[in-house]
Design a protein around this ligand. Sequence first.
Ligand code: SF4
Ligand code: SF4
Length: 400
Amino acid sequence: MSQFLDYEKSLACIHCGLCLSSCPTYLETGNENDSPRGRIYLMRAMQDGRLPVGDTAVRHIDLCLGCRACEAVCPSGVQYGELLESTREHVETHYQRSPFQKFLRRIAIEKVFPFPERMELALRPTGTMKKLARFMPKFAREALSLIPENVSSRPVPSFSPATRTKRGAVGLVRGCVMSVMFGETNAATVALLNRAGYDVVTPDTQVCCGALYAHGGNLKRARECARANVRAFEGVNAIVINAAGCGSTLKEYGHLLGDAGGKAFGAKVKDITEILSPGDFASARPEHRKVTYHDACHLAHAQRITRQPRDLVRAVAGKNFIELPESDVCCGSAGSYNLTEPEMAERLQRRKTEHLLKTGADLVVTTNPGCMLQIQAGLKKAGRNIQVMHLADYLYEKIM
Ligand code: SF4
Ligand code: SF4
């Protein structure tokens, strides 16, 4: 048995169970094997050779969202995300998946999503496919329901100068899904940064951040992406990202690459909410809608950023800001999880939708493309016309 698990790190789990009530899959199934504590036990059993890398163990590892809510509440500092990534790499090299799962993971997800031109091509027949959706199996209908009617692909200029007193220069990571489906959000991000006094440089040689590969157990490919990005952003002092999932992977290049270059790159990465200041929005147009905020897992748990986005929304929405119950419980999107595990993804989508409806909000603000698609689709299923916006779009709409 090859050593795949950092055993010392797995032993940090003291079985206290304090993470259980934060784990979305445990909340839904009540099964210890679908909890962080149970999964760490399964990982160790696989490493010890007491449990084969077979259907039973893999089912519980696959069902993990990688949302890292457990990590954020763990009193023992268990680095669950790292344990999960190395276990997933081990699973992908030792477990025989069905032809459909292989196609989904190795072709559709790994060969299309990280390449904006391919994704654009793949999205072209969406309109026709939606018309034929009723003849399709449920998983295909679910996948199609995630794609909005209007997607906006808009290239970001390689250089965009500050429009107010200059404070510095930043590099922008444009993101794969962001640049194809949320081009307007990228444009709003650049405009907000320019308005805050930053020149924005967007290197053309940047590639996918590697998150989709890392979460899917393909660490080799994730490292190749990381190395390419370290080269692409050479000489840039701060690197900004507006997608929470990409941001947490970019910040963790030091761990992924295990070298000084990766560590230095990670230290420069900032989520857009760490750069913008609520004071910049004092002159925003008044808000009359009720606004709530959904915490993207990889912003709240992986990056531990919860205050800054709320401060920004509050700076504009004022008294019309309403807290969302269970705002930091995963919506079921979790990267490509809603494609590989559609059943649990739908359960969590329903849970999120129910909480959103209880707030009476007219608008949901969040910071990750996957969450936006998942929440939008959930609200549409519920027949509710509640707007979902990226925080950058929301701020842009109110100030520009
Ligand atoms: S909170 Fe941490 S130490 Fe406690 S059971 Fe969960 S992972 Fe283990
Ligand atoms: S990453 Fe999320 S789903 Fe997985 S064990 Fe931790 S809390 Fe549960």
